[in-house]
Design a protein around this ligand. Structure first.
Ligand SMILES: *Cc1c(COP(=O)(O)O)cnc(C)c1O
Length: 380
């Protein structure tokens, strides 16, 4: 790669609060999904801007997934506008008649999950029949038809000339709890509901792909694991091979000495118990750093973990550098990424990695790299 390009990337990366996205890691994580569920087709879930990583660049890397899953019509349209040709499924949206018409024209699959969505579908005329994912409620109680009576529904859809292909799906409430029997109960209920129907079955999210092999069936629906995060946060042989895709970084913009007993930040909520060095980093809740991160949340500076101290403000956080006195203004600070597990940051903030990833602020600079352009920066 040309030297000038490396320089440009390096400059931009070190000058602003940056989310560095390693696109090769996404392709790698898809290969881990295939390894975990070798007999299943893969719906790569890229809703919410691909979990905050950027809808279009991520969709392009996932072009050999068997289809793409989004939550809203707008996301499906954005993919088509960008020339993405893969099959797309819209998982959780309201479809009016015009939407159904667009889906038919743009080759977008929809989820039929209740009487209302079914009736709206059956009352339209369409340029060509739609592919349908028929959703069954096996205990999540959010979307889906009750598990009795699936046969009748299937027959109704099957004989409609508005409908092309039909698949059956359900969603797990507790797949990330490896000891929780609810997942087996949901699976059994789904299998019974669909037992006399000849159609592909789709149940597993990332946690189920990693922890519940009996749920893999014909299709799996990985989201978070494509971004390199272990939803179980309990590494097994497969999840250990996932590579975090996003690295969130910024820089130290100030360092100061303060005396024992001094306080730091809004509300003067944190007080030193020794003479201390405080570092200020250019990232705040407006960038997506969680405002509720507790004192002691780790930040990585020159590969050393230093603790967050004081409240997170809109544009800055403060860290205690007393035990890392060589840190200096201009040094890079890593907030999460391959070298600092986002699950740890999420736990310290009473949230989950999903929320951190999808909350990255609008002003954050996004850098899209492959392993080659990332060099040591992202090596794991
Ligand atoms: C978001 C979503 C997924 C992906 O879940 P992960 O936990 O991120 O793997 C799968 N299925 C449905 C219906 C979803 O809404």
């Amino acid at each position: 790669m040309p030297q000038t390009m490396t320089q440009t990337i390096t400059q931009t990366m070190t000058q602003t609060t940056t989310a560095t996205i390693n696109l090769d890691a996404i392709a790698h994580n898809l290969s881990i999904v295939r390894k975990a569920a070798p007999r299943s087709k893969v719906m790569a879930v890229i809703k919410a801007h691909a979990y905050g990583h950027g809808l279009i660049p991520v969709a392009k890397v996932l072009n050999n997934a068997d289809c793409l899953g989004v939550a809203r019509m707008e996301e499906a349209w954005a993919l088509r506008r960008a020339g993405i040709k893969n099959n797309i499924v819209v998982l959780s949206a309201y479809f009016d008649k015009a939407d159904l018409h667009s889906c038919s024209e743009m080759n977008i699959d929809i989820v039929i999950h209740n009487k209302d969505s079914l009736e709206r579908l059956l009352s339209v005329t369409l340029p060509k029949p739609l592919n349908i994912w028929l959703k069954i409620d096996t205990g999540m109680h959010r979307l889906g038809f009750p598990s009795h009576g699936v046969n009748a529904l299937f027959c109704l859809l099957h004989k409609s000339d508005l409908v092309a292909d039909i698949k059956l799906m359900t969603h797990f409430a507790c797949a990330d709890e490896t000891q929780n029997q609810i997942t087996s109960e949901q699976t059994l209920q789904f299998e019974r509901a669909c037992e006399s129907i000849h159609a592909p079955l789709c149940l597993a999210n990332s946690a189920a792909i990693l922890a519940w092999p009996d749920t893999h069936k014909d299709w799996v629906r990985p989201g978070i694991m494509l971004y390199g995060i272990d939803p179980l946060d309990k590494a097994n042989e497969l999840s250990k091979q996932l590579q975090p895709v996003m690295q969130m970084s910024s820089r130290l913009i100030a360092c100061r000495k303060i005396a024992k007993g001094d306080c730091v930040g809004y509300g003067a909520s944190w007080q030193t118990n020794r003479d201390s060095i405080i570092g200020t980093i250019a990232i705040g809740y407006a960038d997506g750093y969680p405002r509720h991160a507790k004192n002691g949340t780790p930040v990585l500076i020159n590969n050393v973990r230093v603790p967050l101290v004081g409240r997170v403000s809109m544009d800055m956080i403060t860290v205690d550098l007393t035990d890392h006195p060589s840190a200096k203004v201009g040094d890079e600070a890593i907030l999460w990424g391959p070298s600092l597990n986002i699950n740890e940051i999420a736990a310290m903030s009473d949230t989950i990695s999903y929320e951190l990833l999808t909350s990255v602020g609008k002003r954050v600079n996004f850098q899209y790299l492959t392993d080659e352009t990332a060099g040591n920066h992202l090596s794991v």
